[in-house]
Design a protein around this ligand. Structure first.
Ligand SMILES: [Zn+2]
Length: 172
């Protein structure tokens, strides 16, 4: 994993536990921050399995590859970036955006919710493929991420009206 200093780790923990996130998305992002996702490169240390990423079949499945750089998932990160009018090419670019974000709080919260939802659904799609042989459907992933985030914002907007400010843009 690329070098991340303590200040960035603290910021990432805030991204992971940001108040608008769906709890299961927060948890998965936290596990990722702790480097505890059982990706194939890690499992191969204990058992004899192929380490190849099952989604792109091109590179070794490390955490960094799967969640940030898998070529096959680039479209998902791009579509999600376009959705919030902040185009990004990869999960890594997304993380840099969030770590350096100086925008208003409610905008940050929405971006964090979108990022953690994407992390969760990458992991979910990967597991569905490996354990249930269900092909990764990128369009469906993008749709689910958007729907879950919008529902969460609407649900939480009852408590915090500032969340409404961005909802029109997200419902396009
Ligand atoms: Zn891959």
């Amino acid at each position: 994993m690329w070098y991340m200093n303590l200040a960035d780790k603290v910021k990432w923990a805030r991204i992971a536990w940001s108040s608008l996130n769906i709890p299961r998305h927060s948890f998965m992002t936290w596990v990722l921050l702790r480097n505890r996702i059982p990706v194939r490169a890690r499992l191969a240390r204990f058992t004899n399995i192929k380490t190849q990423c099952q989604i792109c079949q091109e590179e070794e499945e490390t955490q960094e590859h799967l969640f940030y750089n898998c070529k096959w998932l680039k479209e998902v990160w791009e579509a999600i970036g376009q959705w919030i009018s902040t185009p990004r090419q990869s999960g890594q670019e997304w993380l840099q955006l969030l770590l350096n974000c100086k925008g208003p709080q409610h905008q940050k919260r929405i971006w964090n919710a979108v990022f953690t939802a994407t992390i969760y659904h990458i992991r979910d799609a990967r597991n569905q493929l490996i354990f249930k042989d269900v092909a990764v459907d990128k369009l469906r992933m993008i749709k689910t991420i958007k729907e879950e985030v919008v529902q969460r914002i609407l649900y939480r907007a009852k408590e915090n009206k500032s969340n409404y400010r961005y909802i029109d843009g997200l419902l396009r």
